[in-house]
Design a protein around this ligand. Structure first.
Ligand code: PRP
Ligand code: ZN
Length: 300
């Protein structure tokens, strides 16, 4: 049995938008997990890696304080923590290593429907309810706006109805929460998505190697998401043009075709989606027998 020091801990949102995607991503990296009885963590059966299931707001702090080695969390939460630490004169001890292309949302300012809003100057001398006081303060300072952030830990969208604020600053994903509360978006402060953060603490060699290995697998999983393996036949003299048409591929493999000196087979990994249009352009350039196959795993 490994001692806890030899295992790495990955912080993941306990319940929410990112939970399923985060766990699925780590499973696609080859991690097999057992659910612990208290459901506070998932034990890695085949690798010394455990998941800590926590509130998303706590994840950057856990990684910064070296309780967890990695974390999967929204950029909005990461930025809020970064600003909070910097405002308190402390350096964040985590760094962002991957963008994950899920959990897309934005941090926006919204006003009750019917509010007369022309531009950012309309925000002067108002109160803005938010859980993101640090990001909001920074935005107000940067744009030279004199408004007062009012902290709400949740249910921010009801603040204007309660007469506690003129505007709100909150996350918008589908926009249905704003619509349901009679609010209209007026400014976007931050575009967010799920990201992986890594501790900047110095780890022992063994642990560091494990973190590196996990990051390399994550990189592989993220790369193959859009990647396709493409195979085709092409006239030898059309090769330069065909090479240019292959989306996001480095050096294609060119193979001779038995009994056809003027033709070759081309195999390439395309690191972008291959659309019908691309295939049609390849065909127009002289390619034939086109085949596109999804890539399951990749290791650079
Ligand atoms: C956010 C935000 C809104 C809602 C907006 O909360 O506070 O309530 O999502 O989403 P919509 O535009 O799709 O309606 P979230 O569920 O992310 O929880 P948290 O901010 O408390 O972690
Ligand atoms: Zn939260």
């Amino acid at each position: 049995m490994d001692t806890p020091e030899q295992r790495i801990q990955i912080a993941v949102q306990k319940t929410g938008r990112l939970t399923d995607h985060s766990i699925d991503l780590l499973q696609r990296c080859g991690l097999k997990l057992t659910q612990s009885k208290d459901q506070l963590f998932l034990y890695g059966e085949n690798m010394p890696i455990d998941l800590l299931l926590v509130r998303d707001d706590d994840i950057p702090g856990l990684v910064s304080d070296d309780v967890c080695d990695l974390g999967i969390v929204g950029l909005n939460v990461v930025e809020e923590k970064r600003q909070e630490l910097l405002c308190g004169g402390r350096e964040p001890r985590f760094k962002q290593v991957f963008e994950l292309d899920f959990g897309h949302c934005r941090l926006s300012l919204a006003a009750p429907d019917g509010t007369e809003y022309s531009d950012r100057t309309s925000l002067n001398n108002t109160k803005i309810a938010t859980s993101y006081v640090n990001i909001l303060r920074e935005y107000l300072t940067k744009n030279d706006i004199d408004a007062e952030p009012v902290y709400f830990s949740g249910a921010v969208e009801i603040a204007p109805k309660l007469g506690r604020a003129d505007y709100i600053c909150d996350l918008v994903s589908t926009g249905s929460t704003l619509a349901a509360n009679g609010l209209t978006e007026v400014e976007t402060l931050l575009e967010s998505e799920a990201v992986v953060i890594q501790t900047e603490a110095i780890l022992g060699d063994e642990k560091q190697a494990l973190v590196d290995r996990m990051l390399q697998r994550l990189d592989g999983v993220l790369q193959v998401r859009e990647s396709k393996y493409i195979m085709l036949h092409a006239p030898r003299d059309a090769l330069p043009q065909i090479r240019d048409l292959l989306p996001g591929s480095e050096a294609p493999t060119v193979l001779p075709l038995d009994g056809a000196d003027d033709k070759v087979a081309v195999h390439a990994v395309c690191r972008e989606n291959v659309f019908w249009e691309t295939l049609e352009n390849l065909k127009a350039a002289g390619a034939s027998s086109l085949l596109v196959i999804p890539v399951e795993k990749m290791l650079a």
